[in-house]
Design a protein around this ligand. Sequence first.
Ligand code: SF4
Length: 338
Amino acid sequence: MLYQTVYILLRDTGRRPLEIAALPHHCLETTHGQTSLIWNNHKRHRHRQRLPITESTAQAIRTWQARRPHLQLPATNDAYLFPALSSYSSASHLNANYISETLRAWVDSLPALHAEGVDAHGRPLPFDRTLIYPYAFRHSYAQRHADAGTPVDVLRELMDHRSIAMTQRYYQVSLKRKRAAVATLSTHVVDRLGQPAPSTTTSYELRSVAVPYGGCTEPSNVKAGGASCPIRFQCAGCGFYRPDPSYLPAIEQHINELRADRETAQAMNAATFVITALSDQITAFEQTVTRMKTRLAAMPAHERQEIEHASTLLRRARAASHHTLLPLTTTDPPQSPS
Ligand code: SF4
């Protein structure tokens, strides 16, 4: 169970092998319902960093913490989640080299590991097992975030990188691949009701701008690069709203946020029009999502795969190029007294 938990943490948190091996025994902290992993960045000497983790990752740690007291361990190793298994070890925590060796032995023992695609005879291609080593999980973690559209500055924080250039490597999409992705998705654009509103690749690129939950075709906002919405980003009810499938995760996340806002508004006994406006937005976005998903589900698998691939590329390109625009009201800075 020790190595199983190590594997889950490598996979889910993207920390370096030594950072996992040397996690403190009490490495969970829950604030306002969000659980964080407390970890130490040994490379940069930054201690007690906090990383938000999912409930399933936290539960894997709790399960191991409950199992740990039943092991016969040197008493001096109690400070670590993964203790050294003998008092002869140079460090009091698990040796990071043991993680590499155990992972290698496990990967080599797996009967079959398949890569994407098939050979000329339709047989699955074998996955290159040498690509699986502890540090590779850190790269995969970063790449998953970049592909999902996590903004580059947020990912830099998550990775605790010294420079943003290091984080930007995960967002690289060539112009040629981006163009191809735009061409794929331009024929799957919908309007605010989720009805098809396809456009040519050129007009999709030139006459729309990416806003948080889809493309916007309102001319003055396009001219302003998406920063000048005349109706405060009420996209769900706007005739200029043009989402495509690459925005599905952002729309679904926004629906969850709107539901949370509605609950808060209800708890605050807010006026009915506030609750109604939130409910109407939720319903409108839900309709868009349902229609897009229904259309995707009806497509042949290869076409759906092509759209998913193009969506991943565009999310990554968008996340690298700009911050999510928020519907905030701007105010003039206070004047200093003369
Ligand atoms: S509400 Fe959305 S789609 Fe409409 S103009 Fe504003 S940003 Fe564009």
